[in-house]
Design a protein. Structure first.
Length: 222
């Protein structure tokens, strides 16, 4: 089937928001007098807010509810918005295809406020106006609900969508939605076939612009 739409993950794919998320998380954690293992942030890559909260409670024994935790972290995230950066050349590729009139959407496990802040901080809100956030779904990634909703909002068939993701969790969601997926992590994957089965692995230094152009022109990945 011809590829007629691009669906983009946000955090780690279009933008590097991890410094802002990490600082906000650490600030909220310090307020509560809690501590987590050094690898906690790495383990939470691609996990939605509810999943992070669940892991936090399990690891620390904290009794804080999801709503209170989210409110605390959100307050700090706003303060750290200036730390959010575009991830190039991915952001430029998205801008280019959106400018050509290609239907594009952002599908994120983050909250609506977090998505709005990240897009505004990086100037991507001018071209990426269709979004699916954690508030729009009942199940976050790796469930395919978000990507299926993204296709629906663009008015295209799931099979005609190309997904760009940086995490195995997100890649699994795209594959479960019946879409072609490019797994383009920020650091080299040890075993892409195991970490993101069924997705096309593109190394961090790979040419995303050429790959997307090939896919959208031929209707398939190499």
């Amino acid at each position: 089937m011809t590829l007629t739409a691009l669906l983009w993950d946000l955090d780690g794919t279009l933008v590097d928001s991890e410094p802002a998320h990490g600082a906000a998380f650490d600030d909220a954690l310090a307020e509560l007098g809690l501590a987590v293992a050094p690898d906690f942030h790495a383990r939470m890559l691609g996990v939605n807010e509810a999943g992070v909260h669940e892991a936090l409670v399990a690891e620390t024994g904290a009794t804080i509810g999801l709503a209170e935790w989210s409110a605390r972290k959100w307050a700090h995230y706003r303060r750290h918005a200036e730390d959010i950066r575009r991830r190039e050349p991915v952001a430029a590729v998205a801008e280019d295809w959106a400018a050509r009139g290609m239907p594009c959407a952002v599908v994120s496990n983050s909250t609506a406020d977090e998505v709005a802040i990240a897009l505004a901080a990086t100037g991507l809100d001018a071209v990426l106006t269709t979004t699916v956030t954690f508030a729009d779904v009942t199940r976050g990634k790796p469930d395919p609900e978000g990507y299926l909703l993204g296709a629906s909002r663009l008015g295209v068939a799931p099979a005609s969508c190309l997904v760009i993701e940086d995490s195995p969790v997100g890649a699994a969601a795209g594959r479960a939605a019946g879409m072609r997926v490019v797994y383009h992590p920020q650091t080299p994957a040890d075993d892409p076939a195991t970490r993101a089965p069924g997705a096309h692995y593109l190394a961090p230094d790979g040419d995303l612009a050429a790959l997307v152009a090939h896919a959208m022109t031929t209707g398939d990945l190499p």
